[in-house]
Ligand binder design. Structure first.
Ligand SMILES: Cc1cc2nc3c(=O)[nH]c(=O)nc-3n(C[C@H](O)[C@H](O)[C@H](O)COP(=O)(O)OP(=O)(O)OC[C@H]3O[C@@H](n4cnc5c(N)ncnc54)[C@H](O)[C@@H]3O)c2cc1C
Length: 539
C-alpha cells in the first residue's frame, strides 16, 4: 500500500476513540486518530451556538467518566475540571414548586419529607440498595465480558472467572440483580413511593436515551448506572458540570494523547476500512488517500463500521445480520438555547445557589411518560404539555461559556422518534423546538421571550452531524439483550471483530454509551494484549 503507515489508526475522534488512541500512543505505538468533523469529541463536545456563546451541544452532564481513564491519562493535568452538580437532580413540579436531590442525604430527606415522611425513608432505603448493587457491578465495566464462544478449556476458565465475581454476592445482591433484569423503573417507583412529586424525582434522568417506556422490564438500569462512582474523588452517584463544557473532556484526553505522540486529524472522513486476506490493512479516506496500519480501531458505531466502512465480503453473513438487527432508532433530541435572561423557575427558592439555578427537569408522570414513548414508537411528536425535558443552564456555574448578560441553556428531550409517521424532520424541526419552549414556559415563564438563539437537534440531525446512526446516543440501545457479552453482538464482545486486526472501540462495544471512556480504555488494552501475545508467539 502506498502512502503513510501507522502502527494503529483510530476511526473517529469521539472521546472513546481519543481514549483508545491516547493509550496506544502511551504504550509507544505510532497512532493516528481520524475524525470526519472539523472538531474532535463526537458527542462529547463544546460548540459555539451563537457568537461568543458555547454549549455542550450533545452530552451535557458528566456522571460516568471512569476514574481509571482520568487517572491513567492524568486528565486533571490536561485541563479537566469537573464540579459536582449540587443538587444532583431537581424537578420543577406542577403547582410552582421544585424538589431537589442533594448530595447531603439529610437535606434530601428533609425535602422529600415535605411531601411524605414515608417516602423519605423509602428514598434512603432504595438509595442504599442501589448503591450496593451498583458497587457490585462497577468492576465489570472495565473487565472483558465472558467469551461465550470459547472452546471447552477456555470456556471453563471463563466460567470460573465469572463465577469468581458471583462468589462474594449476598442474598440481597441476588435479589437486586433479579430486580434489575426483570423489573421496570415504573414498577420499582410505584411499589415504594406514594407521592407524585417524589415519583417525578425518581423518574427524572433515569430513562435518558432508553428505548422503552418506564414500565418496560429492564428500565431500572438507569437508576443503577447513576450510582456508579465518578468525578476526581471516585464518588458514588456523582453528577458533574464540566468547566468549559463536555468538550473539555475530549480536549483533555486529546492533550494527554498528544503528549505521548498521538496524531489527530480532523476533516478526515474514512470512506473504507481496507482489508486483505481477512486482515485489516488500513483505511481509505473520502478524498482518496490510503493509509496503512498494523491495527485499525473504529470508534464509529457498529452499524456504520460494519455496514458502511467494511466491505461486506469481509464479514460472515450471520455477523452482518446480527449487526443490522441492533436496536438503535432514536429516541432523543436536544434543544440548545442562548438567553438574555436567566430562567426564573417557579418555586425556585429566593437566594438559590448558582448550582441550584443550573438545572431543572420537567418529567411527565409515569403514565404520561409511558404514553409519550408509545407515541414516539408510532412516529409521533408528543404534545407540548407531555414532553419529557431536562434543562441545564451551564452558564450559571461556568462563566467561560457566555459573556455577561447571556445564558446558555441545553434541553434534552426524551422520547422523540427517529422515523416520523408524517412529514420530515427538516419540515418539522421548528415544531419540536416550539413545543419544547412551550413546555419550559409553563415552569419558567420568562424563557420563551428570552431566547436569542436556538439550535434544535432532531434524531436525524444527531445522525447527520454527529455520525450517530439513527440518532442513537449510545451507538445501540442500552438493554439487557444488547449489553455485556451481547454487545455489540453475541460472540464479539471483546472488541475484536471478524476482520483480524480490526477492533471496535466506541460506545457500541462493552460497556456501552455515555461519557465513560470505558470502551476506548478496554479496547486499547485488548489490542495491546493481542499485540504482546503475537510478538511472544513469533519469538
Ligand atoms: C444529545 C445527547 C445527549 C447526551 N447526554 C449525555 C450526558 O449528559 N451524559 C453522558 O454521559 N452521556 C450522554 N450522551 C451519550 C454520550 O455522549 C455518548 O454515548 C458518547 O459520547 C459516545 O462516545 P463515543 O466516543 O463512543 O462515540 P461518538 O461520540 O459518537 O464518536 C464517534 C466519532 O466518530 C466519528 N466518525 C464516524 N464515522 C466516521 C468516519 N467514517 N470517519 C471519521 N470519523 C468518523 C464521528 O464524527 C464521531 O466524532 C448523550 C449523547 C447525545 C447525542
Amino acid at each position: 500500500m502506498a502512502g503513510e503507515r501507522w502502527d494503529a489508526i483510530v476511526v473517529g475522534g469521539g472521546h472513546n476513540g481519543l481514549t483508545a488512541g491516547a493509550l496506544l500512543a502511551k504504550a509507544g505505538l505510532a497512532t493516528l486518530v481520524l475524525e470526519r468533523r472539523d472538531v474532535i469529541g463526537g458527542s462529547c463536545v463544546t460548540e459555539e451556538i451563537a457568537p461568543g456563546c458555547r454549549a455542550s451541544t450533545t452530552s451535557y452532564i458528566a456522571s460516568m467518566l471512569r476514574p481509571e481513564v482520568i487517572r491513567t491519562l492524568d486528565l486533571g493535568n490536561h485541563g479537566l475540571r469537573m464540579v459536582p452538580c449540587e443538587p444532583a437532580v431537581q424537578v420543577a413540579l406542577e403547582g410552582g414548586e421544585v424538589l431537589a436531590n442533594w448530595t447531603d442525604p439529610a437535606r434530601t430527606r428533609a425535602e422529600i419529607a415535605r411531601y411524605s415522611p414515608r417516602d423519605a425513608r423509602a428514598f434512603d432505603e432504595a438509595t442504599a440498595e442501589l448503591r450496593q448493587l451498583s458497587a457490585r457491578l462497577q468492576p465489570m465495566l472495565t473487565e472483558l465480558p465472558p467469551d461465550t464462544r470459547a472452546g471447552r478449556l477456555r470456556g471453563a476458565a471463563e466460567l470460573a472467572r465469572v463465577g469468581g465475581r458471583l462468589r462474594g454476592l449476598r442474598g440481597s445482591d441476588i435479589e437486586g440483580l433479579t430486580r434489575l433484569v426483570s423489573s421496570s423503573l415504573g414498577g420499582f417507583i410505584d411499589a415504594r413511593f406514594t407521592s407524585p412529586q417524589v415519583k417525578a424525582l425518581l423518574l427524572a434522568n433515569n430513562l435518558y436515551g432508553k428505548h422503552g417506556g418506564p414500565y418496560q422490564p429492564g428500565t431500572l438500569i438507569g437508576l443503577v448506572f447513576h450510582m456508579l462512582t465518578g468525578g476526581d474523588d471516585d464518588e458514588q452517584g456523582f453528577f458533574g458540570h464540566v468547566i468549559g463544557g463536555m468538550g473539555a473532556i475530549s480536549d483533555a484526553i486529546a492533550a494527554a494523547g498528544r503528549g505521548h505522540g498521538l496524531q489527530i486529524r480532523t476533516g478526515a472522513e474514512v470512506a473504507a476500512i481496507t482489508a486483505a486476506g481477512g486482515r485489516a490493512t488500513g483505511v481509505a479516506l473520502a478524498d482518496g488517500t490510503e493509509l496503512g496500519a498494523g491495527v485499525v480501531l473504529s470508534g464509529a458505531d457498529p452499524k456504520r463500521t460494519f455496514g458502511q466502512l467494511v466491505d461486506k465480503t469481509d464479514l460472515p453473513e450471520d455477523f452482518r445480520d446480527a449487526v443490522a438487527a441492533i436496536k438503535m432508532d432514536g429516541p432523543c433530541a436536544k434543544v440548545n438555547l442562548v438567553l438574555d435572561a436567566e430562567p426564573e423557575v417557579l418555586g425556585m427558592p429566593r437566594g438559590a445557589s448558582p448550582g441550584q439555578r443550573a438545572l431543572f427537569t420537567l418529567p411527565p408522570s409515569l403514565d404520561v411518560a409511558d404514553r409519550c414513548y408509545d407515541r414516539s414508537k408510532r412516529g409521533e411528536i408528543a404534545d407540548a404539555d407531555e414532553l419529557f425535558v431536562d434543562c441545564v443552564v451551564a452558564s450559571a456555574v461556568d462563566d467561560s461559556l457566555a459573556p455577561s448578560g447571556r445564558h446558555v441553556m441545553t434541553c434534552f428531550v426524551q422520547y422523540v422518534p427517529y422515523r416520523l409517521a408524517e412529514g420530515t424532520w427538516d419540515a418539522r424541526r421548528d415544531e419540536l423546538g416550539d413545543k419544547v419552549l412551550a413546555r419550559i414556559g409553563r415552569f419558567a415563564p420568562n424563557v420563551p421571550s428570552a431566547v436569542l438563539a436556538r439550535q434544535v437537534l432532531t434524531p436525524l440531525d444527531l445522525e447527520r452531524t454527529y455520525g450517530l446512526t439513527e440518532g442513537n446516543i449510545f451507538h445501540g440501545d442500552i438493554r439487557f439483550d444488547q449489553l455485556f457479552h451481547m454487545r455489540p453482538v453475541p460472540g464479539w464482545a471483546r472488541y475484536a471483530t471478524p476482520v483480524r486486526g480490526l477492533y471496535l472501540c466506541g460506545a457500541g462495544a462493552h460497556p456501552g454509551g455515555g461519557v465513560t471512556g470505558a470502551p476506548g480504555y478496554n479496547a486499547a488494552r485488548q489490542v495491546l494484549r493481542h499485540l504482546r501475545s503475537a510478538r511472544w508467539r513469533r519469538r
